[in-house]
Write a protein of this length. Structure first.
Length: 141
């Protein structure tokens, strides 16, 4: 098993999360997550998944379809403390090569700092009506 990267900031962990999502790379995705059993992931329209094994299986199922995604982040809002960071974003997701955009997704990502750097402990994503996104400043990663 390869050594997990050390993310020195929550922004670095978040960038790695979205890069793994766009590449459909399960190992890179799980390298962002804490290995604690208390982690929580809620996919758009899905139930609450708790624990490393269930979160991993959820991402495996998403990636097994082989569709490459393109994610644009809008309206980033962040609160940082010494050991915790909470990021709220609007994800505008498209399937690579298709012109149609999926409905925007509101996501909350929570990171904690531990001995091995920053790791994700919560990803909660829910679809939102396109009209609620409005003209927000765009933040690209």
């Amino acid at each position: 098993m390869s050594k997990k990267p050390i993310f020195t900031t929550p922004q670095e962990a978040e960038a790695a999360f979205y890069e793994a999502l766009e590449r459909g790379d399960l190992e890179a995705m799980m390298a962002v997550w804490s290995e604690d059993e208390e982690i929580v992931c809620i996919q758009p329209g899905g139930g609450r998944l708790t624990g490393y094994a269930l979160v991993r299986e959820s991402w495996r199922r998403i990636f097994e379809g082989g569709r490459r995604l393109q994610v644009q982040l809008l309206a980033l809002s962040a609160v940082h403390g010494p050991f915790t960071a909470v990021h709220s974003v609007i994800e505008q997701i498209a399937v690579a090569g298709e012109k149609h955009l999926a409905a925007p997704v509101a996501a909350t990502n929570v990171y904690v700092r531990g001995a091995f750097g920053w790791r994700m402990i919560v990803h909660h994503a829910s679809p939102v009506p396109p009209s609620s996104v409005g003209d927000v400043p765009q933040v690209l990663h």
